[in-house]
Design a protein. Structure first.
Length: 165
């Protein structure tokens, strides 16, 4: 039996985040439609556009590796997205829905930041400088989205949910 290497681990995790990004791309429009705050709707729409770019960057990384861009089912992102859908269903029409959607979106962002941070570090270690740069660019955008969501939560969304309590 062939011993698995860091290259193998890198490719498996690349497939994982590729699957995740494509699932997220489908979930973001639903979240935007479900949000009450115009700022939150706009943040989800903007991030959907960014996520499309993230998918394209991942395709570039697969190309650099000489591998087809294929995802592998990611149970973690499935569960996180399912939690977001539960918020949409359970809190529809509620003043707390936006706070719930921000929390769900941040769970997604934190998952992505963990994956991209690891992949970037491994790419650097493996001497894949171009792949590391592409992954690092996406990591920075995911961190910026998380910061945007935090600011929205702290400036308006959480207080709006509390006021109606």
């Amino acid at each position: 039996m062939k011993t698995k290497t860091l290259n193998d681990l890198f490719l498996e995790n690349l497939k994982d985040i590729y699957y995740a990004e494509r699932k997220i791309l489908k979930a973001l429009p639903k979240m935007a439609r479900g949000a009450q705050s115009e700022e939150l709707k706009a943040a989800f729409s903007t991030h959907a556009e960014e996520t499309q770019v993230h998918v394209e960057r991942l395709q570039q990384v697969f190309e650099l590796l000489g591998k087809p861009a294929r995802g592998k089912t990611c149970p973690a992102i499935e569960g996180i997205i399912e939690e977001g859908e539960e918020v949409l269903d359970s809190f529809k029409g509620s003043v707390a829905i936006d706070a719930g959607l921000v929390a769900a979106a941040q769970a997604v962002e934190h998952y992505e930041m963990a994956r991209y941070g690891t992949l970037k570090a491994w790419a650097e270690l493996l001497g894949m400088d171009e792949a590391a740069a592409l992954l690092g660019e996406t990591l920075q955008e995911e961190m910026a989205t998380d910061e945007t969501l935090t600011k929205l939560a702290e400036s308006s969304v959480n207080a709006a949910a509390l006021e109606a309590a």
